[in-house]
Design a protein around this ligand. Structure first.
Ligand SMILES: *Cc1c(COP(=O)(O)O)cnc(C)c1O
Length: 366
């Protein structure tokens, strides 16, 4: 943090808690290898610090969103291979082959391009075949796999070392997901007739905790590492909180009854009210959708209601019952006292979006 003036808002990240949660993921699936997902700056926790902490922690890959994140891992001295989860652009592929980063193909055209780049570099390049078992985002359709495999086999510089899919509804539709696991098994069977598939993976956090996937030997936990288990409530209390969001009171004022608070005057005081102004807003990632949804903040050991709309850099809270609150006091927006799940629910969104919405302006304190 700045030594000159106290930061108005910041996020505290507990890297040990992330390592602990990775151990929980490992205990849940002792025979499965792990690809911790660190895309989107490790869900707002900070890509480099998180990856450095988990590197050499018995993991197989780091899941990243794109080439930019893979580069950042390389520059940070991280040893674990980045696995680029999304599709790649043609202009990025030479660098991918050069660095032996891992990625997927969803078309024969992409595979042909990788084949020619690997031939030019006179090397064997390892690829994972993406299959679309229901997500509709990337991958070959299951019925294409037989003919695709025949084509891929004729690409001598490619080694097809893995198969990947992704559950669209693991935390919402159990019967669909169970059927999908069967379909994924069929896809693996088809490809295994042609290739030695070292890695077979489909599950993210919800899939990892909620289902058995007999053919899989690699899982890709993301949210779970950051302390939240979709659907599996048996993990409540087992996973540790990894990030808490804080800000400071910047001003305390007395307003009379009948006075509006914030844009649109959507809140009007119904009694003389002591109002704390707090130095965090939607530009920091304190989601504006949380306005007037009964959100609370935690100040000096007490919960206080947030008043009116979230503004770009500031919010207001009712501290009428806390006479000692003063400028400079710390406020928790979520963390140990307010679960991030509560914030997501009040904002009408998902925890993933709350974490990844935390802005670049917020210092991360480790
Ligand atoms: C983001 C992502 C994950 C991690 O998902 P969580 O639900 O956060 O565990 C895994 N696999 C793919 C392909 C992803 O895009």
């Amino acid at each position: 943090m700045s030594s000159e003036s106290p930061a108005r808002a910041w996020a505290c990240v507990n890297l040990e808690a992330i390592a602990h949660n990775l151990d929980i993921a490992r205990q849940a699936l002792p025979d499965t290898e792990l690809m911790p997902v660190v895309k989107a700056g490790a869900y707002g926790h900070g890509l480099e610090p998180v990856a450095r902490r988990l590197d050499n922690h018995g993991i197989s890959f780091f899941g990243v969103a794109n080439v930019g994140e893979a580069r950042r891992l390389l520059r940070a001295g991280v040893r674990t291979t980045p696995f680029i989860l999304g599709p790649t652009f043609p202009a990025e592929r030479e660098e991918i082959v050069q660095n032996n980063w891992c990625c997927t193909v969803s078309s024969v055209e992409e595979a042909e391009h990788f084949q020619s780049l690997a031939a030019l570099q006179n090397k064997e390049f390892a690829l994972h075949v993406a299959v679309d078992t229901g997500m509709g985002r990337e991958g070959f359709l299951p019925e294409q796999l037989g003919s695709v495999a025949a084509l891929l086999k004729n690409m001598p510089n490619l080694r097809i070392e893995g198969v990947m899919s992704h559950f669209p509804s693991a935390d919402e539709d159990v019967p669909f997901t169970q059927d999908e696991i069967g379909l994924f098994g069929d896809c693996v069977g088809t490809l295994q007739q042609h290739f030695d598939l070292r890695y077979r993976h489909i599950a993210a956090s919800a899939g990892e905790l909620g289902y058995e996937v007999p053919v899989a030997n690699l899982a890709r936990p993301g949210l779970l590492l950051y302390g939240v288990a979709p659907m599996a409530s048996i993990y409540d209390g087992v996973l540790r909180t990894t990030l808490s969001l804080h800000a400071r009171v910047t001003l305390v004022r007395e307003l009379p009854a009948g006075h509006g608070v914030s844009y649109g005057r959507t809140h009007v005081t119904n009694r003389p009210t002591r109002v704390a102004t707090i130095g965090i807003g939607y530009a920091d990632g304190w989601n504006r959708q949380i306005s007037n949804k009964g959100a609370r903040v935690y100040i000096n050991g007490h919960y206080c209601p947030m008043l009116g709309r979230v503004t770009m850099d500031q919010i207001m809270a009712d501290v009428t019952d806390l006479p000692e609150v003063k400028s400079g006091d710390e406020v928790e927006l979520f963390g140990e006292h307010i679960p991030v799940t509560e914030v997501a629910e009040k904002a009408g969104t998902i925890v993933w979006e709350i974490f990844t919405g935390l802005g670049p302006r917020l210092p991360r304190v480790y």
